[in-house]
Design a protein around this ligand. Structure first.
Ligand code: ADP
Ligand code: MG
Length: 320
């Protein structure tokens, strides 16, 4: 099978059909209609085999992840995803792998109404680069820079689960049964908080998605905002499965330092707290655990019951 047949078979019709796609796969570039009154929001993320996912990952999980990491970035902006392009570098033509990859990508694209509108296909070490574009009402996108001292810090979901799932897959953490399955799934199939992110517009003062670990990403958020943060370790939401397999101390380390969560970390001015609680009540998913607050100054401090805890390793490397 040649390059063009491959593109035609696996990628020409992938994802949602959207009336705003004037030209998708097949021309020299995609032609997309941006509605008036909307800002275009764009991001890109590259996954390299062995670096961003274990080399023996299932193809459908890789397809899912390559879109999920980008959906999470748009979620953090409060944007609604619309169009993706895919640059795929493959070591060889492998029909079974391509089937699986396309199926995993399509499952998530369909779920979020994303159309695959173009891409590039080359030969080389397995690398997947997805760009995603989305829309947000003009002037309303969430940013990292809006947090102010006194704002409350919230996180969605159960940070640390995905990192523990990866640790299980790599033999750095032991465990069996339903807990193991749940944590591994959180790593293999992250569910970006797209709907919730868009509903945070007008409520959150700032937002970031957690991809490199809660403490590191919070550090980036407050650095952008010219502020600092205090996190209360006892308030970190720990899933039952994480607690059961890792124990409290290690569970907290996963929650603070582990990556790959794709949860949203956001700040809310005290005056908007009531609206957040209303939103959270209707959002279903565990949407708002308050873990601390924004303070004047610089950097992130984590307070345990008996004083300040050391920040997860890698922190200095990531801090601004
Ligand atoms: P060009 O040489 O003009 O850059 P290509 O031959 O690389 O175009 O691609 C032909 C068409 O197929 C283009 O519309 C391109 O966007 C699309 N395409 C190529 N690879 C992929 C892919 N992996 N996924 C989706 N679309 C792709
Ligand atoms: Mg061309």
């Amino acid at each position: 099978m040649g390059e063009f047949e491959l593109i035609d078979r696996y990628f020409a019709q992938l994802g949602a059909r959207r009336p705003d796609v004037q030209l998708g796969v097949g021309d020299d570039a995609a032609l997309l209609s941006v509605p008036p009154g909307q800002d275009l929001v764009a991001c890109v993320d590259t996954l390299v085999a062995g670096r961003h996912f274990p080399p023996d990952s299932h193809a459908d999980d890789i397809g899912w992840r390559s879109l999920a990491v980008n959906l999470s970035d748009l979620a953090a902006m409060g944007a609604t995803p619309a169009w993706a392009t895919l640059a795929l570098t493959l070591p060889e033509f492998d029909e079974e792998w391509l089937e699986g990859f396309a199926a995993g990508f399509a499952a998530l694209a369909d779920q979020h109404g994303v159309a695959l509108v173009g891409g590039d296909t080359t030969r080389g070490p397995l690398t997947i680069s997805v760009s995603l574009m989305g829309l947000v009402p003009a002037g309303t996108a969430l940013r990292r820079s809006g947090a102010r001292p006194g704002d409350l810090i919230y996180v969605t979901g159960w940070p640390g689960d995905a990192a523990a799932g990866l640790a299980l897959l790599q033999g750095r953490l032991q465990g069996q049964g339903a807990d193991r399955g749940a944590l591994e799934r959180k790593f293999r199939r992250p569910e970006p908080r797209v709907a919730f992110g868009s509903r945070l517009r007008g409520i959150a003062s700032s937002c970031v998605d957690v991809s490199d670990g809660l403490a590191a990403d919070l550090g980036r958020l407050v650095a952008r905002s010219g502020a600092g943060a205090v996190v209360r370790a006892a308030e970190l939401p720990l899933s039952r499965a994480l607690y059961a397999l890792a124990g409290e101390a290690r569970a907290r380390e996963f929650a603070l330092g582990g990556g790959d969560d794709y949860e949203l970390l956001y700040t809310v001015p005290p005056a908007a707290r009531g609206r957040l609680l209303q939103l959270a009540a209707s959002a279903g998913a565990p949407a708002c655990h308050c873990i601390g607050e924004v303070v004047a100054g610089r950097g992130v401090r984590v307070l345990g019951e008996r004083g300040e805890l050391p920040l997860p390793r890698g922190w200095d490397h990531f801090s601004a």
